[in-house]
Design a protein around this ligand. Sequence first.
Ligand SMILES: [Zn+2]
Length: 93
Amino acid sequence: MSGRTRARVRPERTCVGCRERAAKTELLRIVAAGDACVPDPRGTLPGRGAYVHPALACLDQAVRRRAFPRALRVPGPLDVKALRHHVEQAQGC
Ligand SMILES: [Zn+2]
């Protein structure tokens, strides 16, 4: 790998709502805290994270297909109230 400069690393993640890949910076990181999903906008919380567009459409899709418990490897349903609130705020509704 000598002399070969690595192109700008642009980490990508898949949105668990619409399943489209997007730059990590465009997605909202979600972690499980107890029996709830909480937003982790700074990406600092420990544990497994799931990524979703900060949009209600994607959030709703993720909830409908139970993507959060699957992505976060937790058995039960997760409360998304705090997460939904965060997304609503982020959208400026
Ligand atoms: Zn999405």
